[in-house]
Design a protein around this ligand. Structure first.
Ligand code: RAM
Length: 351
């Protein structure tokens, strides 16, 4: 017994020294973190009241972006030792969203993470929050003149132009097309549609005949898609740059009256669109990982509120499992390139 102990004693001593050294080095790396770069949660302000305010509640895209279960914004807040609340109105309109922002401010919010239903209507409320010292970060849909930082899902130009390119490929660059958008005021959809129009100039035989608005409300999106198809019976394609709109459009086009005549593309979630890739109605579409968008927004917002970073171009930080990010021009951070989903990969994703 005694001999054995003597033999292992040097090993125990080595392990002890090694673990003491490791503890020293990890605590020094957290305390020496600079104001422009961070890889740990220990230096963030604790007890921040964070409110995540999507365009509306009840939209799967935002549930994925925001929730802990999917690894979204609240998962990031958990990692950082903060608590967060998701709140919004039930419809994706400023009238429905603004009271939720005001309520969050009244509850003592330190941080607001907002997907804007309208870039101007929200501004008086967001500006009053900023005047109170609340950190305002937009994600998904921006309010450029009344926030500290915007977390953009991917290049706005790329999201817009690539949807046109996908549809062009499916309909041989020929025929009437329509757009089923979200709310007419939505910053993100309007910016993407701007790039779609520019891109369409390269396709002289593809004609955009109408833009309709489904307001990210499934019954409205269904109704406006039906109206579009009735009004333009020769329509060859629909681009819907909203997860709610593309699902409604694909469902309508899957009915016998339209199936095989019209192709749908746009921005959809793999889970909701699998069926329509398989039935040929929507052979390809685009999206980013919504959970990663929310996760990145939460990291950036907490670091900004903790003064670990500023919103100036060139500031860098590590967003947990996503790695290093840099603030770019216009106080914007880009999540990364979007994914094109089709029959070769759509079943590999579950969001
Ligand atoms: C809807 C919303 C959201 C948009 C996605 C693609 O869920 O309009 O803002 O980014 O679609």
């Amino acid at each position: 017994m005694r001999a054995t102990f003597k033999r292992v004693l040097p090993i125990i001593a080595v392990l002890l020294v090694a673990s003491i050294l490791a503890a020293c080095s990890s605590s020094s790396s957290t305390t020496t973190s600079s104001s422009s770069s961070s890889s740990s949660s220990s230096a963030v302000k604790k007890g921040l009241k964070v409110f995540i305010i999507p365009k509306n509640l009840g939209n799967n895209y935002f549930t994925t972006a925001d929730s802990a279960k999917s690894g979204g914004a609240i998962a990031a807040l958990d990692e950082l030792g903060e608590s967060g609340t998701e709140t919004s109105g039930t419809s994706a309109t400023p009238a429905s969203q603004i009271p939720a922002i005001q309520a969050a401010i009244a509850k003592g919010a330190n941080v607001l993470i907002v997907s804007a239903t309208d870039p101007t209507a929200l501004c008086p409320t967001l500006k009053s929050a900023m005047a109170k010292g609340i950190t305002v970060v937009t994600y998904d849909s921006d309010a450029p003149t009344c926030r500290d930082l915007f977390i953009n899902q991917a290049s706005t130009a790329e999201i817009g132009t690539s949807q046109v390119a996908l549809l062009a490929k499916e309909i041989h660059s020929t025929g009437q097309i329509g757009i089923v958008s979200a709310a007419a005021t939505a910053t993100n959809q309007n910016a993407w549609i701007g790039y779609m129009k520019q891109e369409l100039a390269k396709y002289p035989n593809m004609k955009l005949v109408s833009i309709v608005y489904g307001n990210d409300d499934p019954p409205t999106a269904t109704q406006v898609t039906e109206g579009l198809l009735e009004k333009y019976p020769d329509l060859k394609g629909i681009i819907s740059p909203t997860t709610v709109g593309i699902l409604a459009a694909a469902q309508v086009v899957s009915t016998p009256k339209w199936k095989g005549k019209v192709i749908v593309t746009g921005l959809g979630t793999p889970d909701e669109m699998k069926t329509y890739v398989a039935n040929g109605v929507a052979p390809a579409f685009i999206l980013w990982n919504p959970a990663n968008l929310g996760y990145l927004a939460a990291y950036a917002a907490v670091y900004l509120a903790s003064h670990k970073i500023t919103n100036a171009a060139g500031q860098t930080f590590t967003a947990g499992k996503l790695g290093k990010y840099t603030v770019g021009a216009d106080n914007t951070i880009l999540l990364g390139p979007p994914t094109v989903f089709n029959s070769s990969n759509v079943n590999n994703f579950n969001f």
